[in-house]
Write a protein that binds this ligand. Structure first.
Ligand code: AMP
Ligand code: ZN
Length: 520
C-alpha cells in the first residue's frame, strides 16, 4: 500500500500546479465570518497566500482542555489551508505582559499575582507556562505556527501605535494613562460595535464603574496604556508614564506587523469577541483606515458539568490529566475520568463537533469517541491487506468530493468524519468479500483517508504506540514473576513463563544485569 501512496504522491508533486488549480476551482472554501454573520466564499488578499492571526494564551497558568479546543480548531483550519496548497503565515501570540481583567481593575495583573504567590519572578511565571503550553501543543500534535511573537517583545511597537492613535485625535492621556476615545471614533463615522453588535450604550452598561473608570471621559473608553502603581512589577518607560500596555493592543500591533494592515483570517474563542476583538478593530482601523480583518472566526466553548471550562471557577480538566487518567482530576469529590485516553481519541472527540458548536466534555463522551476512533484506525490498518478487483462497488471519487465539500463548508469536521465512516463501512465490506474495489480506486481511497485523517484532522494512531508500551509493561511483569519463581526454586513455573513467551515470539535473555527481552 505504501508503494501506491508513494507513486500517487510523486504524481501529485509532478503535477502540483494542475492539482492546485483543480482544487481552487473545484473546491470553493466558504468561511463563516463573525463580522457579516454569514458564510462567505474565501478569497485571500493575495492569491495563493493566507495570513492568519490567532490570539494565543495568557501564560500565567497551565492551559486547560477548553483552551486546547480553541487552539486545536485553528490547528485544523491551518492544516486544511496548507492541504489546499496555500502558503500560510500563521501567527499565534503569547500574552506574557500580563493584563488586568478590565480597565477598572486596579493593582496586580494575573502574571504578577502568580509571581508573588509562588515567590518567583514574573518572567519565571511566563517561562514556566510558555513551556507548558508548548509541551501540550506538541503532545496534542499541533503544527507549530509560523511566528509566535510575545507581547513583551513588542512594547516599542505598542507605544508607537498609541502615539499614532493620539496623533489622529482618537486617544487622550489622563494621569499617565492613555484611553481610546470610543465616542469620538464613532462621531467620525466609525462603528465601535461592528463585530459584537453592541451599541455604545450596551458597552457602558457592561463596564463596571470602579476606580479606574474615573479617569475616563466616558465609561466605554478602553485603556491603551496604564500607569503602573508602585506594586506593579511588569512596567516599561513610555512618554506618558512607567506603565504597561492595555490588553487589546498587542494583537493589533503584532497582527499588522507580521501580516499587514488587512489580514485574511483572525481567530480566537467566542469569549474574545467582546471587548477584545471589538477593541482590536477600533485600534487598528483608527491607524490604517481600513477594516483590519477580512474573515473573523470564533471557536465555541468546551463545557464541563454544563458550564464553560474555566480556570478561575475551578471547573476544568488539564490536557495531561486525560493522557494519564489522573485520579485526582475530580469534580465535587468524584473522579472525572475512569481511565487514560490517547491523543488520537481526544482530537477525534474535539473534531467530532463543529468548531462553532458548544461541546460538552465527559468521560462517557470520551469512551464513545474511543470506540469510533479505534474503528477508524482498524479500517486504516485493514487497507494494506485488501484485494483489488476489476470493478468498484463504491463511487470513490464521489465520496472524495463529499469529504472536500464538508471541509469547504466552513471546516465542517463532523460531516467529514461521517463521510470517513462511509469509507470504513466499505473497507469492512471489501474485507468480508461483500464489496469490491479497483486498484486505482484503492489508491485514491487510501490517499484521501490518510490526507483527511492524519494531515487535516491531525489524528494520531497513538493506540498502537500505547499498546506496545502496555506490552512492554506486561513482559516486565512476567520477568519479575519469573525471577520470584526462580528465587523460590519453582523451576517449572520459571520455564513455563520463558517457553510460553517464546511461543509468542518474545525471547528472554538472562544476563549479569538481569533479564532482558527481544520481540521477534
Ligand atoms: P486565555 O489564555 O484565557 O486568553 O485563553 C486562550 C484561548 O482559549 C482564547 O481563545 C479563549 O477564548 C479560549 N478559551 C478559554 N476558555 C475556553 C473554553 N472553555 N472552551 C474553548 N475555548 C476557551
Ligand atoms: Zn488577541
Amino acid at each position: 500500500m505504501k508503494w501506491f501512496f508513494f507513486v500517487e504522491t510523486c504524481y501529485l508533486y509532478a503535477t502540483k500546479k494542475v492539482f492546485l488549480m483543480e482544487l481552487y476551482t473545484q473546491n470553493q472554501l466558504k468561511i463563516y465570518n463573525s463580522l457579516s454573520k454569514s458564510k462567505e466564499l474565501f478569497k485571500p488578499v493575495t492569491e495563493g497566500r493566507v495570513g492568519m492571526y490567532v490570539c494565543g494564551p495568557t501564560v500565567y497558568s497551565n492551559v486547560h482542555l477548553g483552551n486546547v479546543r480553541t487552539f486545536m480548531s485553528f490547528d485544523m483550519v491551518f492544516r486544511y489551508l496548507l492541504h489546499l496548497g496555500y502558503k500560510v503565515r500563521y501567527v499565534r501570540n503569547i500574552t506574557d505582559a500580563g493584563h488586568l481583567e478590565s480597565d477598572a481593575e486596579e493593582g496586580e495583573d494575573k502574571i504578577a499575582k502568580k509571581a508573588r504567590l509562588e515567590e518567583i519572578e514574573p518572567m519565571e511565571v511566563v517561562q514556566r507556562y510558555t513551556v507548558d503550553f508548548h509541551t501540550v501543543t506538541q503532545k496534542y500534535n499541533f503544527l507549530p505556527p509560523s511566528i509566535e511573537p510575545t507581547a513583551t517583545g513588542h512594547i516599542v511597537e505598542q507605544i508607537e501605535m498609541i502615539k499614532e492613535i493620539m496623533d489622529k485625535g482618537l486617544a487622550y492621556e489622563v494621569n499617565g494613562s492613555v484611553y481610546f476615545d470610543v465616542l469620538k471614533y464613532n462621531e467620525e463615522g466609525n462603528n465601535y460595535g461592528i463585530l459584537s453588535g453592541r451599541n455604545v450604550e450596551d458597552a457602558i452598561n457592561n463596564t463596571r464603574a470602579l476606580d479606574g473608570q474615573l479617569e475616563k471621559k466616558n465609561p466605554q473608553d478602553f485603556a491603551l496604556w496604564k500607569r503602573a502603581d508602585e506594586r506593579h512589577i511588569m512596567r516599561w518607560p513610555s512618554p506618558w508614564s512607567d506603565g504597561f500596555p492595555g490588553w487589546h493592543l498587542e494583537c493589533s500591533v503584532m497582527s499588522s506587523k507580521y501580516l499587514g494592515d488587512q489580514i485574511d483570517i483572525h481567530g480566537g474563542g467566542m469569549d474574545l469577541k467582546f471587548p477584545h476583538h471589538e477593541c482590536e478593530i477600533a485600534q487598528s482601523h483608527a491607524c490604517s483606515g481600513v477594516q483590519p480583518v477580512n474573515y473573523w472566526m470564533h471557536a465555541n466553548m468546551l463545557l464541563l458539568n454544563g458550564q464553560k471550562m474555566s480556570k478561575s471557577t475551578g471547573n476544568y480538566i488539564l490536557p495531561d490529566d486525560i493522557l494519564t487518567g489522573n485520579p485526582d482530576a475530580q469534580y465535587l469529590g468524584k473522579r472525572i475520568l475512569s481511565k487514560a485516553f490517547g491523543v488520537g481519541v481526544v482530537r477525534f472527540f474535539i473534531m467530532q463537533a463543529h468548531y462553532r458548536s458548544i461541546l460538552d466534555f465527559s468521560n462517557d463522551a470520551l469512551l464513545a469517541s474511543e470506540k469510533g476512533f479505534n474503528r477508524l484506525m482498524e479500517a486504516i490498518d485493514t487497507l494494506e491487506g485488501l484485494k483489488t478487483s476489476k470493478t468498484s462497488t463504491f463511487d470513490v471519487s464521489d465520496w472524495k468530493q463529499k469529504c472536500y465539500d464538508a471541509m469547504n463548508d466552513d471546516f465542517n469536521s463532523p460531516i467529514l468524519i461521517a463521510n470517513l465512516f462511509e469509507a470504513v463501512k466499505f473497507i469492512n465490506q471489501i474485507k468480508d468479500d461483500k464489496a469490491t474495489i479497483t486498484a486505482d480506486d484503492l489508491v485514491s481511497l487510501t490517499t484521501t483517508l490518510y490526507t483527511f485523517v492524519f494531515d487535516v484532522l491531525g489524528l494520531l494512531n497513538d493506540a498502537k504506540e500505547q499498546s506496545s508500551d502496555k506490552l512492554g509493561g506486561v513482559v516486565e511483569l512476567l520477568i519479575k514473576l519469573r525471577k520470584e519463581a526462580r528465587e523460590n526454586k519453582d523451576w517449572a513455573l520459571s520455564d513455563q513463563i520463558r517457553d510460553e513467551l517464546l511461543g509468542l515470539g518474545i525471547q528472554l535473555k538472562d544476563g549479569r544485569e538481569g533479564t532482558s527481552y527481544a520481540i521477534n
